[in-house]
Design a protein around this ligand. Structure first.
Ligand code: EPU
Length: 336
């Protein structure tokens, strides 16, 4: 079934709690509905809206927002140790993590409690606690409104990188992710190398799937603001990847600065949260917008902020970090 709405408020549809409106919003129950909607005529401007957890509306949206409601999880193939699980785009990501943990399937437990829909996971290759979705994604099913074709893309063709994929670039506005297939494993493979995860898991009795999931959830709850209390979109900025010599020079000046290996040789990843924190901005606020007081990567709507106010505040944060450290931090959130 297809449901259409006109001049609809978006406040309840974005985790930042921004009050903008969309000219048109279409809810599709199935992939066939998505195809049917586009076959009836291509909208002038359109975009997919998932859970609205990684988006900042800075204006009313004049086009069509496409929302997918299909939310089934199924086993696509069971090969003994390896199990392929297909989830529709509208599945709540954390429901999928819980589903896998309940069935003893390893691979995505470190990505517990990341807000958003399964269909959005490949777009920015969601990641946390030393894992990225790309490590478990086998294939991504897409519908292309221009060609009216469905295409199952192998992970190798998705251009996955740190918070990157082809869906943010070449295929932006061209492919709609309708389902994601994960490759999960029955063999335990705990990955506890990141931060406090090993300690928090041990405190719960050791490295079982459920203990790791609980530990990740506890760490996230302790650091990240609940959008129901203060509107936010998780990390507002990406951790900057810089040349190794730039990172080394900064490390000389700031021996306690966190530094992570990056995928590309000769580069290193810095912690934007640390840079913002050390620029003196953690907990800093101007009117309705602020830097979260427990995780400086997160900007919060303290009540009634407009998208334009959040954006202006974000620009100020970028400028202060650049003045202090000479490093440019880019936004992670999709700014519309
Ligand atoms: N740090 C500070 N001050 C802060 C925040 C961080 O000094 O206010 C330092 C920490 O002490 C640590 C380092 O910076 O040494 C990294 O911090 P953390 O482990 O909290 O992770 P992050 O790099 O800030 C990334 C992801 C998060 C994910 C965490 C945990 C990005 C953009 N963000 O944050 O993802 O939960 O790692 O793995 O890569 C999200 O994308 O919305 C998100 C929350």
């Amino acid at each position: 079934m297809i449901r259409e709405f006109h001049d609809i408020p978006l406040r309840g549809r974005n985790s930042f709690g921004i009050e903008q409106r969309a000219a048109h919003l279409v809810e599709c129950d199935t992939e066939e509905d998505v195809a049917r909607f586009f076959a009836a005529g291509m909208p002038r401007e359109w975009m997919v809206l998932g859970g609205g957890n990684n988006i900042l509306f800075t204006r009313d949206y004049g086009g069509t927002l496409v929302v997918q409601r299909a939310a089934d999880i199924r086993i696509a193939a069971d090969e003994g140790d390896t199990v392929y699980v297909e989830a529709d785009a509208g599945v709540e990501w954390d429901d999928l993590v819980a589903w896998a943990a309940d069935r003893g399937l390893w691979g995505i437990e470190n990505l517990s409690l990341i807000p958003g829909k399964a269909g959005a996971a490949p777009v920015q290759n969601i990641g946390a606690y030393g894992c990225e979705a790309k490590e478990s994604i086998a294939a991504v099913r897409t519908y292309c409104p221009e060609t009216r074709n469905t295409l199952v893309m192998d992970a190798a063709h998705c251009g996955f990188g740190y918070r990157e994929s082809v869906f943010k670039h070449q295929l932006k506005g061209r492919a709609i992710i309708t389902a994601v297939t994960l490759r999960l494993s029955r063999t335990p493979r705990p990955r506890l190398g990141y931060g406090d995860l090993a300690r928090e898991t041990e405190a719960r009795g050791g490295a079982t799937l459920h203990n790791i999931r609980e530990a990740v959830c506890a760490i996230r709850r302790s650091k990240l603001p609940d959008p129901a209390v203060a509107g936010n979109a998780g990390s507002f900025f990406k951790n900057p990847v810089v040349a190794e010599h730039v990172a080394a020079a900064l490390r000389m000046q700031h021996p306690d600065m966190p530094l992570y290996p990056a995928a590309e040789p000769g580069t290193a990843k810095l912690a934007a949260g640390w840079l913002i924190d050390r620029a003196g901005l953690k907990g800093y606020a101007e009117g309705p917008v602020g830097v979260h007081d427990r995780q400086a990567l997160v900007l919060v709507n303290r009540g009634g902020a407009t998208g334009a106010e959040v954006l202006a505040f974000a620009r100020m944060v970028q400028q202060r970090v650049e003045e202090r450290f000479g490093i440019r931090i880019d936004t992670e959130v999709n700014i519309v």
